[in-house]
Design a binder for this molecule. Sequence first.
Ligand code: OAD
Length: 235
Amino acid sequence: MTRATNIVILTGAGISAESGIATFRGPGGLWEGHRVEDVCTPEALARDPVLVHRFYDLRRAALATVVPNPAHDALARLDAAWPGELLIVTQNVDDLHERAGAKRLLHMHGELRSALCASCGDQSRWEGSLAPRTSCPVCGAAALRPDIVFFGEMPYRMEVIEAAIARAHIFVSIGTSGAVYPAAGFVQTARWHGAETLELNLEPSAGSHLFDESRTGPASVLVPAWVDAMLAAVA
Ligand code: OAD
């Protein structure tokens, strides 16, 4: 490993589990009581905007009750100190990476604390509840919606992510089940470009066999240990 080693880190709901945010597919998952088609598709938003907005209002409000855990803190430490290229790509819509201090970060599935104008595409910071047909602060259209990438929509910043993966020497996947594409396919792209690949997850994921190495355990333990080893190697 050298100081010019480029790293891409993909995170999923598992990294925020120990902060108290339920994962999507585990027992007690976020969608319990709601079928995904009822809250996370463009059709659901058109059919029942009150339900969809309320669902994300509750998730947004819950952010006030959680804080980053040692895994978020460790990645922020790596981000601040790593001399090579580094990109944290999160599928999470919470803001725990940035609250821990991470800067080189992309939210590929959107953010709870952001509202998207369905008319002009503006993305604005949003803290409170978001009623259907709220006016856009930029174009005035009554078209604000949660800034969440729904099933059937294109994740954000894919060109930037693909380019970073193509340059990566190390690709690490943390706390994600590997059930949702395109993120689930990043490991194959990284391998194709010659990166070493590592999975850190509570249990083997659907794609564990695709990684060079898979370590199982809680993110709050595995991630700080991996970060310490990475930083020691370039100290
Ligand atoms: P999932 O709920 O599918 O998977 C979470 C993974 O985290 C599982 O493999 C768990 O074993 C693991 N896990 C749980 N607790 C952990 C811990 N303490 N430490 C480490 N790992 C742990 O969540 P995602 O893979 O993030 O998309 O789901 C991907 C996407 O599915 C989400 O971004 C969401 C959903 O559709 C959108 O909202 C657009």
